[in-house]
Design a binder for this molecule. Structure first.
Ligand SMILES: [Zn+2]
Length: 380
């Protein structure tokens, strides 16, 4: 950070400024005209009923946003709701287990493509933690794609209870026949890595028929990410007394990443694992589903690392090392039950590996084509 940059005392004002800087054009959700917005995207929907449902949902979200009097314009509204919900849950579960979390932690998202969080402190001891908006969209979209390879075994009339087939033969069969799932997988990678904007994905305009499974995946993965950041704070990894080296987002930013040792990463993961499992078991997901979501998160991070061609960074060990650390912890914490759960949930990683192996040539070809055909000198 250079010395002459604008400094902020208020984290919300700063986040708003930083958001606008990162994303010059942004619709303010509170002021948006939902009818106009939905008219513009009407032809993207195949299903009128689903279109109307979405429109009503956004009208309600806007009403909530206006009435809540919360600082929502500083980031994308969906990101705000997600982070707020997860952080309330983590604080609650920590309190129930006599774990102290200091006040004044503010979570936000920015349109950045970093896997590690950025942070900074403000004069009144408030700490801002900023996560990548794109990562959350990636987890949501991938959760939907992965769950589309599972068949439903049964379902009650109210759709409140559904069982999915985890048999590997039937999943392998679906991996051969579900071409749409493969296309969406490829689309997500292209939008995330080439366009930096997953909101173009067709997946947002289609009903999620396997929502009972996909929601377990993305919801748990998001919760784990939030729990991981809280764990660094709980474990004192960010305390001001400590000297750590900082890597700033850019020359004009107050935000930085902390260059830390891997032991701190592994311990934050272990605590995040405990918090996530405690929270989700209470909400009725059960051990298997909750662990499934954690395996899913690291399978996603593994794909992202493969594409960026990084195995690990100074700040974080690789996704594979991190999930292996959690498997070992899980085995030591629950020696009787864990092995069956680890074996059964491995299918999520297998699906993602198969999807990557089948589609990577197409993906690499698209990347190569784009770079050969766009003359970056012309743009500048
Ligand atoms: Zn970390």
């Amino acid at each position: 950070m250079s010395d002459n940059i604008e400094c902020f005392d208020n984290p919300y004002e700063y986040l708003e400024w930083e958001y606008c800087r990162q994303k010059n054009k942004k619709v303010d959700f509170k002021k948006a005209n939902i009818d106009t917005l939905f008219n513009l995207i009407k032809d993207k929907y195949d299903n009128v009923e689903f279109y109307e449902k979405d429109k009503n949902l956004f009208k309600k979200l806007k009403e909530i946003a206006i009435n809540l009097n919360t600082p929502i314009s500083e980031q994308d509204s969906a990101g705000y709701f997600i982070l707020n919900r997860h952080s309330e849950n983590i604080i609650k579960v920590a309190n129930e287990n006599n774990i102290f979390i200091p006040n004044g932690i503010i979570l936000g998202t920015l349109p950045l493509n970093y896997l590690d969080a950025f942070t900074c402190v403000f004069p009144q001891d408030q700490r801002l933690i900023v996560l990548s908006e794109g990562l959350f969209l990636f987890l949501y979209s991938m959760g939907r794609v992965v769950s589309s390879f599972f068949s439903k075994i049964n379902e009650d009339e109210n759709k409140s209870y559904v069982t999915f087939d985890f048999n590997k033969d039937s999943i392998n069969e679906n991996l051969k026949t579900n071409k749409k799932g493969h296309n969406l997988f490829l689309e997500i990678l292209i939008l995330y890595f080439l366009y930096d904007d997953l909101s173009f994905s067709k997946i947002y305009y289609e009903e999620d028929v396997n929502i009972n499974l996909s929601s377990v995946l993305w919801d748990t993965a998001e919760l784990f990410i939030v729990a991981h950041e809280y764990s660094h704070i709980i474990l004192g990894h960010l305390s001001a007394e400590k000297n750590f080296s900082k890597r700033f987002l850019d020359d004009n930013s107050m935000l930085y990443q902390v260059v830390r040792n891997w032991i701190e990463e592994f311990s934050a993961d272990t605590l995040a694992f405990q918090l996530t499992m405690a929270k989700n078991q209470k909400s009725g997901y059960g051990l298997f589903s909750c662990y499934l979501g954690i395996e899913f998160l690291f399978a996603c991070l593994d794909i992202i690392e493969k594409i960026y061609n990084v195995e690990f960074s100074e700040t974080h060990p690789s996704a594979q090392m991190r999930i292996e650390n959690l498997r070992q912890y899980f085995k030591s914490a629950l020696p009787n039950k864990s092995q069956t759960i680890i074996d059964g949930t491995g299918v999520v990683r297998e699906i993602m590996t198969t999807l990557w192996n089948i589609n990577k040539d197409n993906f690499n070809y698209t990347v190569k084509y784009c770079f050969e055909n766009i003359n970056f000198k012309d743009i500048n």
